[in-house]
Design a protein around this ligand. Sequence first.
Ligand code: SF4
Length: 671
Amino acid sequence: MTDTHCPYCALQCAMSITGGKVSPREFPTNRGGLCQKGWTAAELLTSPARLTTPLVRRDGELRPATWDEALDVVADGLRRLRAEHGPDAVGVFGGGGLTNEKSYLLGKFARVALGTSQIDYNGRFCMSSAAAAGNRAFGLDRGMPFPVTDLDGAGAVLLVGGNPAETMPPFVQHLRGAELIVVDPRRTATAELATLHLQPAPGTDLALALGLLHVAVADGHLDEDYRRERTTGFDAAWRIAASWWPERVERVTGVPVADQRAAVRVLAEARGAYVLTGRGTEQHASGSDTVSAWINLALALGLPGREGSGYGCLTGQGNGQGGREHGQKADQLPGYRKIDDPLAREHVRKVWGVDELPGPGRSAYELLDALGQPGGPKALLVFGSNVVVSAPRAAHVADRLAALDLLVVADLVLSETAALADVVLPVTQWAEESGTMTNLEGRVLLRQRAVAPPEGVRSDLDVLHGLAVRLGQPAERFPTEPEVVFEELREASRGGPADYSGVSYERLRRGEALHWPVVVDSTPRLFLDRFAHPDGRARFVPVDHRGPAELPDAEYPLQATTGRVLRHYQSGAQTRLVRELAEAEPETYVEVHPDTATRAGLAEGQLSAVVSRRGRTVARVRCVPSMRLDVVFLPFHFPGEGRANLLTNPVLDPTSRMPEFKVCAVRLEPV
Ligand code: SF4
C-alpha cells in the first residue's frame, strides 16, 4: 500500500493505492472522503488509451518512433528555428497539474536551455485574476491564506462564483457549520445548499460587490478600527462604491435590494465570516478588479488577517497554487519572484549558474495567438495542457497551432492537442512518479509513486533532461530525480515570497503539515500580524463596474457561461478515459430555461447549435427551470464540435491577462 494524493483538483484529497485500487485516507482537507473522480482514478493507470511509444509525424501521419529518434527530431527542429529566428522562436506552454518539480524544471529549461522568454501555462486561464487581486490587496498571493479546516468554525461564508458541491465535493463538509451565501448566475448544486442565493446576471458581479460594500458602510458595518489600523485606500474605494446604492445594483445585476442587505447583515453579524471566490467571478475581462471588489468588502468588514475569518480563493487545478510559484509563468521566477525584479534575477541566475536570463514573455492566450505569426514563436512545446479544448476561441487556437513549424506535446494520451502535434512524447502520470504538489491552502504535499509506469513511458523530467543535453547543456544542470530537483527548487525559492527552503522530502514523508513560506516553521495562517506590503497594511483598491466585453443584441440575444461538472476535470482528457465517468456524463449539453428553449424552437433532449461571434458548438438541450431566462450554461470538458470554448471570447483582463471565459453573447438554433 502506498499513500498518495488524487490526480485531479486542488483539494488534493489523500488516498492510498493497493493492488491498483484507490481507497480514501484521513487528511484534513478531505477527512476520508473522495469524490467520484477520486474513487475511479485508478482506471487512469490501466487505460488502453495510454501512449507508450513516442510518435513522430511522417508523410502527414503520426508514426511510432524510438525515444532517441523523437528527441533528435525535436532538438534538431529547435536548433534550426533558434538559429534562423532567435531564441524567442520557441515557445513553451505548461500546466497547473504539473508537480512543483516539473513546473520548476520547465521554467529553467525554457529560460536556460532555450533562452526564450516565451513561456506561460494554463493556470493563466484559471487563477490569475485572483492572484493579481491578492497581490494588490495583501502584497502576497496564497489562494487560501489559512487552512481549509478554519472554515469549520465559520459563522458565515460568502462563496462567489464557485461550485464545490460538484467540483470538489469533500470540501463542502467544511461549510456545514456556516450560513452559506452563494453568488452565482445559476442555481448550482452548491447554491442548493445555501441559505441565500444571489443570482446576478453574468458579468455583473463587480457591481454586486460594490453594492454590498455600499450597504456595509451605509448600514454601519464598517470596521473602523480595523480600517484605520490595518488598511489604506478606503476613501478612494468608497468614493466609487458610494454611487452604487442598492436600487441601482438591483437594476444592473437583478439581485433584489432585500437580498443585498440580508447578505451583508449575515456576514457582519456572524461569529467569524469568510469571503471565498472561484472562477465564476474571476474569469472575466475585469476579473482582477472584480476580485478586488470582493476583497474590498472583506476588508470593510475587517475579515482578512484575523484568526477565524478571512478572504480566500478556491484554486481549481491540482497544482494551481504551486504551478504558479516556480517559474512557468511568463512574468515570474522561482520562489514566486517577479521576473523584472533585479534582485530576484540575480538570485535565480546564481542558483542556475548562468550569466543571462530572458525577460518577461507573452501571457498564455497572447502566446497562443502569436504562434506562427510574424515575430511570434515558430515552435511550441506543450506539457500537461490540452489547449485545443481548454483555451478560449478554440478553433482559432487550433489554426495557430497548425501554423507552427514544430509542435511537440508531452502527454499521457493522444489528447486533442497531441493529435495535431509533429512529435508526441508519452509521459508518466501522478501515481507512477513522485513529486510535490501545493494545494489550495498553500500546503506542500508529497505525492508518492505507487506503481511502475508502463514500459516505454518517461517522466517529463527525463524529457527535459534529454532535450537539454541535446541542446548542449551540462547533464547535471537538468536532474531527473524529483527529490534532487526539489533540493534545487528550495534554493531557488529561498528568500522569495513563496519560500520553500525549509521544506524537504524527509519532512513531507513524516507527514508534517507545511504551508509556505517555510524557512524553518510552517505558516498555516498568513497576515495575522501584518500584511505583506512594506507598511504592513492591506490595500483597498478603487475599482468600478465595466460589464462584460460583449453584450447580448438582436443577433445574439443570450449570454453563455461555462463551467465544470461533477464527473469531469478540466479539458476531460483524463476523466473521459474513465468508463464510469464517461458513461455517466458522455456528451456535452446546454442548460437553458424551458421558456428560452421554447422560444428558440427547442425541447428537452434535442440537439441545439449554440452560436457566438467566434464559432458554433452543438450540445444537447437540458431544460432547467432555475436558469435565468437570458443565460445558457455549457460545461467545457468535451472535445470536437461540442467544445464550449469554440464560443468564448479571448478579450483579456488588462492586469492578469485572463480571458473572459465566463460570459459571451450567443443564440440557440435547432440542428
Ligand atoms: Fe478530492 Fe478533487 Fe480528487 Fe475529487 S477530484 S477526490 S475533490 S482531489
